[in-house]
Structure formats: C-alpha cells, structure tokens
Ligand binder design. Structure first.
Ligand code: XIL
Length: 327
C-alpha cells in the first residue's frame, strides 16, 4: 500500500504526530520533519480542528475547513489520519454549554446523533481511526459527570459507537483516556466496561491510551501490565497522545536539563515504546506534537515541559534515538 515504505520503518506499527495545517503552513523547517521529506511519521492526528467547538460551531452548521486541510496534507504526505474526537466534555461550543437552555434526553440525542453521523460520513474512507468517546472515566473508575453521562448514563457510548460504525464500517473505533497506562481503578473498571460492550456486540475496536507521562515515573513493567489488561479484552490498543514531561521547574528548553535528566527521558521513551512493542495488540504511538516548540504542556502546567523527542529548536534529543532503538 501507499504507506508501505513508512510501515517498514516501524514494522506493522504506527508512529504518528499531532499537528495542524496552520502550524505546518507557518513553519517550513517544522513541516519538512513532519512530512514526506522525512521518513519519521506514517500517521497524523488533528490536535484541535476536529473537536466539536471547531467542527460544529453553531447547531447543525459544520465547518470542515481545517480538518479537510489536514487530511489533504496527510494524503499528500502518505500519512493515515486518526480522527479526534467525536464525544468529549471539553472544547464544546458555547451553544452546547448554555445553562439557560438545559439539555434533556429528547433534545440532546438528535444533536449527538447528527454530530457523529455528519462528521464520520464526511471523512468516510479518509479517516481510519476515530476517538469516538474521550475521557469518560474518573480516576476512581466511576463515570465522569458530563452533559452526556448526566443525560443518558452510559447509553451515549453505545449509540455513539453504533452511529459511527453505521457511517463508516471500516473505521476502527476507540474510547480514549489519560491515565490509561497503569493498572488501577480507572483501567480496571474501564476494561470491565469495554468487555461488556464487546460482549454485547457494540463496535468498539480499540482502546486509546493518551500517555501524557512524567519523566522519572515511567515503568515498562507497569505500563505493560496496564496495556495487557485492555488487550485481555481482545481490543486493540494505541498510545494516542504521547509526551513525557519534566516536572522539576526547568521549563521547556532541554538545554536547561542535566545530562542525566536528559538520559532519564530517553530511558522513559525507550520503556514506553517497548511496552507497546511487547504487546501484539498495540498498534503504535502518536506524539502529541513531535517537538517542544509546539507542545501544549508548558501552557497548561507552568514550569513543566521539554516533553517531546524533538526540542524547541527542532533538534532531535536522545529520546528520539531511544524510540528508534526500541523500534
Ligand atoms: C489539547 C491540545 O493539545 C491543546 O492545544 C488544546 O488547547 C487543549 O487540548 N487530551 C486530549 C487532547 O484528548 O485533545 C488535548 O489536546 C490534550 C489532553
């Protein structure tokens, strides 16, 4: 297939990146590494442009401009596309969060159905993996209190999977979350819920483990056990939003870190990559932006950062070499 050459680089696994067309357009050196000129990546995820607030900014009014640009870029650069994300409590448009007009099951269900069907139909055949539901669990394994859960209980998950599958039966459908890498109440309860969905015949195909991790807190054995818990359900797996940040107050420039701190991050990337490779069901991993230059991390957690394998100057770190060694 068209991806043959790049797939050879990583065996049968995917190595992806999150990005956006406007970032690629504005930075030629960055785009060269991201695109076909390099052989690094065989898959791409839109970091923001397919989220509800962007893709359906007004009720029933869809804006595929940015999503279409990224899909066209992906096709021109021989990269597959992960769709992110159909149902999420965050980055919803303001019209969905209007307290003056509370949702009822009768009013929200057709809105949800139209959103999912319209977006999946638009990208049918162009997007082969969809994060159907994002971040639906709390750390203690209970369901997150969102407009979707409050209104429908867990039925929204079953409907979302069914509608997405009806629109594109070939797409691999995911439930995606953070802190999905290590055993604990969240992973164990989610795995049981996923098993019940599979047993009941819902078209869930894979679990997305975001893998927003912290330097010095990565354990290959621990992650292998977490991933195996999901793999035991028969579902496929993917590390969907990988970054491994420093939390020691030295900021986003790797030049501020000592040799041993840099080596620790490389080791952490090596262990994470190997944890995926050790499990047949793990399809690969995607970096949440490949470079510190465009990482979301420093903007969210002050003083943290330097989380990606390429630094703010677009130079490769030992973390990059570690991933390639593992592969
Ligand atoms: C983040 C983006 O990277 C930021 O640019 C945006 O401001 C907020 O969202 N989990 C997810 C992603 O599923 O969609 C989030 O992406 C990071 C956490």
């Amino acid at each position: 297939d068209a991806l043959g050459g790049k797939m050879a680089l990583v065996g049968r696994r995917w190595f992806g990146q999150a990005t956006e067309s406007y970032t690629l357009d504005g930075d030629a050196a960055y785009a060269a590494i991201a695109g076909a000129a390099s052989v690094e990546f065989n898959r791409v995820t839109p970091e923001n442009s397919m989220k509800w607030e962007t893709i359906e900014p007004q009720p029933g009014v869809f804006d595929f401009t940015l999503g279409d640009k990224l899909v066209a870029w992906a096709q021109a650069n021989d990269q597959a596309v992960r769709g992110h994300t159909l149902v999420w409590h965050s980055q919803l448009p303001s019209w969905m969060n209007n307290p003056a007009v509370p949702w009822t099951a009768a009013t929200l269900k057709p809105v949800l159905e139209n959103h999912i069907r319209t977006v999946v139909r638009h990208y049918k055949g162009k997007i082969d993996q969809w994060d159907v539901v994002n971040e639906m669990f709390n750390e203690d394994g209970t369901y997150r209190d969102t407009i979707f859960y409050r209104t429908f209980g867990t039925d929204f998950v079953k409907w979302a999977l069914t509608w997405a599958h009806e629109e594109d039966p070939d797409a691999l459908l995911f439930i995606n979350d953070y802190n999905f890498e290590y055993r604990g109440p969240k992973v164990d309860t989610a795995a049981a819920f996923f098993q019940s969905l599979v047993n009941e015949g819902y078209p869930l195909g894979a679990v997305g483990c975001q893998a927003h991790l912290i330097v010095g807190q990565v354990s290959q054995a621990g992650i292998t056990a977490g991933l195996q818990k999901f793999a035991d359900t028969g579902l496929l797996l993917y590390l969907t939003e990988v970054d491994i940040r420093y939390e020691i107050g030295r900021g986003n420039d790797i030049a501020n870190y000592t040799t041993s701190q840099v080596a620790q991050q490389a080791k952490d990337y090596y262990e994470l990559t190997n944890a995926c490779l050790a499990i047949d069901n793990c399809l690969g991993m995607t970096l949440w932006e490949y470079t510190d230059k465009y990482s979301w991390i420093p903007g969210v957690w002050d003083g943290t950062g330097a989380a990606l394998p390429w630094d703010v100057r677009l130079d490769k770190k030992p973390a990059y070499t570690a991933i390639m060694e593992a592969i």
